[in-house]
Design a protein around this ligand. Structure first.
Ligand SMILES: [Zn+2]
Length: 189
């Protein structure tokens, strides 16, 4: 049985986050070393789009986590934890986070968003405050974004950052462009 078949079976052919049944795909929960069933969740297009594009997030959609966060599947718990953290500013996700039961090793996975970090040093902002995946930051200076050919203004808010394997840099979306940014030009929002 391939991963997809096994995944469809585990998920009962529904989005494991919001139970939608249309247009489902496999999402490999980062960081990925080996693709496996344990590291995958079955998600619908709506969930996938919002997971991958923090700018598109519709907080109300994620009220589905109220139910799905109780899943026994660690990969689903990880996605629930990450999305709730990303949406913390809404208020209600905090209440769910407090109730969310998650094993230590699963929590570690949840916190290691996107890539395996090769450095043990924390990534810090201009004031030395530690940055973690899902944080929001603002730019402390105007930055020209190569590739997208525009200048992001000082004070621009970047939501839902990811850590990179370089402790001096994070990744975030500016105007829909995934951009690598130096911590020293950022301030935790
Ligand atoms: Zn969904």
């Amino acid at each position: 049985m391939s991963i997809d078949d096994a995944l469809l079976q585990r998920a009962d052919s529904k989005c494991e986050l919001c139970t939608a049944t249309e247009i489902l795909s496999t999402y490999d929960v980062p960081p990925i070393s080996i693709i496996s069933l344990d590291k995958s969740v079955l998600v619908c297009n709506t969930c996938l789009d919002q997971i991958e594009n923090p700018d598109n997030v519709d907080a109300n959609h994620w009220r589905c986590l109220n139910d799905s966060m109780w899943s026994a599947t660690p990969a689903v718990q990880v996605m629930a934890w990450r999305m709730l953290n990303r949406l913390k500013a809404e208020g209600w996700p905090n209440d769910l986070l407090e109730m969310l039961y998650i094993e230590d090793d699963v929590k570690k996975w949840a916190m290691s968003d996107n890539t395996i970090r090769s450095v043990d040093e924390p990534t810090v902002d201009i004031n030395g405050a530690e940055l973690i995946a899902g944080d929001s930051v603002t730019l402390t200076k105007d930055l020209y974004i190569k590739g997208a050919n525009f200048t992001a203004k000082r004070g621009t808010l970047i939501k839902g950052i990811s850590l990179t394997d370089n402790s001096y840099q994070i990744e975030g979306n500016i105007n829909g462009t995934r951009t690598v940014l130096a911590g020293k030009y950022l301030k935790k929002a």
